[in-house]
Design a protein around this ligand. Structure first.
Ligand code: ADP
Ligand code: MG
Length: 255
């Protein structure tokens, strides 16, 4: 057991696509307040795990327990409202909307105004809109994008687009943040900025699952690392332990 307590537990999850077992009886325990790295060669099941955790895929068998509640079978929006936010392996922003508006989209879930409030621009709507804009601005500031608030997302440098995706996920006020290869395609300075922001998010008490194939990034940020290979968990533990595991070395060099 972990003194910090468990936020998420995956039990014997099987995710089958036809004859392919993308996840083959995987167990996973994510401790509160930690960064949990999830690594493995291409096609090993990392993104599939994220899709299972966020309700995009319903596992063929097994259980997902989040904050004590079974969630396998809930819809993606139910799971998001429950506090699990994510970014995608490929950038998914609204390109023609500004950075601020992209974060606002993530905030609208917390609005209580109805469409009629919006149509009539009632005080309730205006109050909520102002509060949401202030919060979106605070999130942009947190991820270092304050100065780019009014730029269209598609015009942002790629590294900033990736940070903006994280900002949009933070707008959900998550307890658990899932990052799918956030450093992919980034330059070395962008990666350093990203790592600082991931640590800052963790320091705010948000638990993070980090899929990443930049080994130096995962190994320096993660408290615990789980290694998948062909849908199976082949190793787990501290970065030091996992890096020296012959099965892991073999999966990467032999794969
Ligand atoms: P990773 O993210 O580790 O590179 P994925 O989880 O994307 O790997 O994929 C694991 C395996 O599952 C791959 O063989 C992939 O082709 C397969 N897979 C993932 N999603 C689907 C799907 N929706 N339908 C069929 N096969 C899928
Ligand atoms: Mg993937």
């Amino acid at each position: 057991g972990d003194a910090k307590g468990e936020l998420l537990r995956v039990e014997q999850v099987l995710m089958q696509f036809g004859g392919l077992k993308a996840l083959n009886m995987v167990d996973l325990n994510i401790a509160r307040g930690t960064v949990h790295g999830l690594i493995g060669p291409n096609g090993s099941g990392k993104s599939t795990m994220m899709n299972v955790l966020t309700g995009i895929y319903k596992p063929t068998a097994g259980a997902v327990v989040y904050a004590g509640q079974p969630i396998a079978g809930r819809t993606p929006s139910q799971i998001a409202l429950g506090g699990i936010a994510r970014t995608f392996q490929n950038v998914q922003l609204f390109g023609e909307m500004t950075a601020l508006e992209n974060v606002l989209v993530g905030l609208h879930h917390s609005f209580r105004a109805t469409w009629l409030d919006v149509m009539l621009s009632t005080p309730r709507y205006r109050r909520e809109e102002l509060a949401a804009r202030a919060r979106a601005a605070a999130i942009l500031d947190f991820i270092g994008l304050a100065e780019l608030a009014n730029e269209e997302a598609r015009n942002l440098p790629y590294g900033k687009q990736r940070l903006l995706e994280i900002g949009r996920a933070l707008a959900l006020d998550p307890r658990l943040l899932l990052l799918d290869e956030p450093a992919a395609g980034l330059t070395a300075p962008d990666i350093r900025e990203l790592m600082a922001i991931i640590r800052k998010i963790r320091d705010h008490g948000i638990t993070i699952v980090l899929i990443e194939h930049h080994m130096d990034v995962v190994m320096s940020i993660s408290d615990t690392v789980t290694v998948l290979d062909f849908g199976q968990k082949i190793a787990e533990g501290t970065p030091g332990k996992v890096q020296s595991d012959p099965r892991v070395i073999d999966a990467y060099l032999g794969g």
